[in-house]
Design a protein around this ligand. Structure first.
Ligand SMILES: N[C@H](CCC[C@H](N)C(=O)O)C(=O)O
Length: 278
């Protein structure tokens, strides 16, 4: 199997061009290639596929083999791959994901290759039934207490196609992400588990985020998570609608637009290509 290793803000995936390759058991391949000792090393596997309704289609698998509906850093890299490798020849493209069809704007550098991508991530879905979360189906979850071990956290939840639980903390770098992340990811409130974002407010226009991802553990960045965080910051009155998010592996420019959609702008980088027996 030919593959391309790509990263966006340090959130790295193995990408396979399924216009040319067939991946028979993507869940098993995701587990194998993701392993940083026995495989290639990545947060998961992303398939770049033909679509009947958009320019390209993305399927995304976490390093534990579970499939997610959407991946924000991944979709930017899919767009870069599609443009740089001649699958699309336009700078505004559409992509089919488990969160619907998204529109992406591509920005090229001096070498003519894509450097940065702006994605219309769609609106945050805020009701419990959309996230999904147990409880009153039509209710929003904004600043609601959640007990975990002997601590109580106030959580704000949103779906960007995939579930997110946002928690504001005073000192995110000192926070025990690896202790609380998995407990919240697997909390009974979330029937499909959840991604968890721990966020420190820096100012009205800047935040710092660490992410515990469903199915992958702590990663250096999460684009859907950053989108959920943008909504959570505004819903809690903590920031403006336009913020710069400093993730562990890089920055994302975020905006909750007047049209109700979240816009994410960030880098997409090709790291290396190779072949692996699967
Ligand atoms: N890192 C990805 C999200 C992966 C989400 C995945 N862990 C899930 O199970 O939903 C991003 O940039 O949006």
């Amino acid at each position: 199997m030919k593959f391309t290793k790509m990263q966006g803000a340090g959130n790295d995936y193995v990408y396979v061009n399924c216009f040319e390759e067939v991946v028979h058991d993507p869940a098993a391949v995701a587990i194998k290639v993701s392993n940083r000792n026995f495989g290639i090393g990545s947060d998961g596997l992303i398939l770049i596929m033909p679509s009947e309704v958009a320019d390209v289609r993305m399927r995304m698998f976490n390093s534990d083999g579970s499939e997610s509906e959407m991946c924000g850093n991944g979709i930017r890299c899919v767009a870069k791959y599609a443009y740089d490798h001649g699958i699309v020849a336009k700078k505004e493209i559409t992509a089919e994901t488990g969160a619907g069809i998204l529109t992406l704007q591509l920005f090229t550098g001096a070498d003519g290759k894509v450097e940065k991508v702006r994605v219309n991530m769609g609106p945050p879905r805020l009701t419990r039934k959309e996230i999904p979360m147990l409880g009153e189906p039509d209710e929003r979850v904004v600043n609601v207490p959640l007990n975990v071990l002997h601590s109580t956290f106030n959580i704000t939840c949103a779906s960007m196609g995939n579930p997110h639980c946002v928690i504001f903390v005073d000192d995110v770098d000192a926070f025990q992400v690896e202790k609380y992340g998995p407990l919240i990811e697997n909390h009974e409130l979330f029937p499909r588990r959840t991604n968890v974002e721990f966020v420190q407010i820096v100012s009205r226009t800047e935040v710092r985020q660490r992410t515990w991802e469903r199915g992958a553990g702590e990663t250096l960045a999460c684009g859907t998570g950053s989108s959920a965080v943008t909504a959570a910051c505004v819903l809690n009155g903590l920031t403006e609608k336009r913020i710069l998010n400093h993730l562990t592996g890089g920055d994302l420019e975020m905006e909750w637009g007047e049209d109700g959609n979240i816009y994410m702008t960030g880098p997409a980088v090709e790291v290396f290509t190779g072949e692996i027996d699967v």
